[in-house]
Design a protein around this ligand. Structure first.
Ligand SMILES: C[S@@+](CC[C@H](N)C(=O)[O-])C[C@H]1O[C@@H](n2cnc3c(N)ncnc32)[C@H](O)[C@@H]1O
Length: 270
């Protein structure tokens, strides 16, 4: 029986020349910028970036690929190849104090959500300005979905608390070698955290969002009850603008932040 093997480390290399130029082009003018590339692979995006940005830090998990790139860019001191699991990288330590960086990557799809959540956590501290990221089309649809749309969930809410999300283009499996089983979409994220505007703290509100989206089939009130809020507590502060049977998936971030603040102040009072 013929079994299709999944490539190691999500290694589906981009072979579409127009696409790799479009991905780098989407970051705009990079002459004075530090860019962090996630998963450079054989360097199809890296080689275009290397000549355009002031400093490039490329983080690659696979030791063989990292060694290949270190040799290839040995005469370009602005390019730094770091052999590391990007999920273990300390983004803050890579960016000089007072500066921001841009992020680019044809992501390893098996850890896309984890990478996005890591970038949003770093972005909420203000050190990431923009990101251009390729991911599985279904995940990109979730990141950019509006409240009330079927795909809207915790990933969408977290993304939209931190960045303005733009769909750029979608590529078929044939743009990669080996071809993945899925279509791929490139998103541009302009980091613009909304925590101050909505009057919430990042850590507390992120935790609250996780509670409200804990179980997709439950109403918002039931998810909050499961998180430890009493029925009386919820009834005392529930905003008139939010239907009692509402689900987190239908609620825009503004009303969600109002609910968080009302509940927090009721807890403070007790
Ligand atoms: C989809 S490939 C993209 C490769 C190349 N950028 C391209 O477009 O052809 C994903 C890359 O991420 C690397 N990778 C996988 N897991 C990683 C991780 N945890 N940290 C850093 N790189 C990782 C893979 O080895 C691979 O080179």
């Amino acid at each position: 029986m013929h079994m299709k093997r999944k490539p190691k480390f999500g290694q589906n290399f981009l072979i579409d020349d127009t696409a790799r130029h479009a991905i780098v082009g989407a970051l705009g003018d990079l002459r004075n910028r530090t860019v962090i590339e996630i998963g450079p692979g054989h360097g199809s995006i890296t080689e275009i970036l290397a000549d355009r940005c002031q400093r490039l830090i490329a983080i690659e998990l696979d030791p063989a690929l990292a060694a290949e790139l270190t040799f290839r860019f040995r005469n370009q001191p602005q390019v730094e190849i770091v052999q590391l699991d990007v999920l273990k990288a300390d983004v803050r330590a890579l960016v000089p104090e007072g500066e921001t960086a841009d992020v680019i990557g044809n992501l390893p799809y098996y850890i896309t959500s984890d990478i996005l959540l890591k970038l949003f956590a770093a972005g909420s501290t203000g050190i990431i300005a923009r990101a251009v990221l390729m991911m599985q089309r279904e995940v990109a649809d979730r990141v950019s979905a509006a409240p009330g749309i079927r795909d809207y969930g915790l990933l969408s809410a977290t993304a939209q608390m931190n960045a303005q999300v733009e769909h750029l283009f979608t590529l078929p499996p044939s743009a990669f070698s080996p071809p993945p089983d899925v279509y791929s979409t490139v998103l541009r994220l302009q980091f613009a955290p909304r925590f101050a505007e909505l009057g919430v703290d990042a850590v507390g509100f992120d935790a609250f969002l996780k509670q409200t989206f804990a179980q997709k089939r439950k109403t918002l009130q039931n998810n909050l009850r499961a998180a430890g809020y009493s029925a009386e507590q919820l009834a005392a502060v529930w905003p008139a603008s939010i239907p009692p049977q509402a689900r987190a998936e239908s609620l825009p971030l503004g009303p969600m932040a109002e609910l968080y603040k009302a509940l927090r102040s009721s807890v403070d009072v007790v």
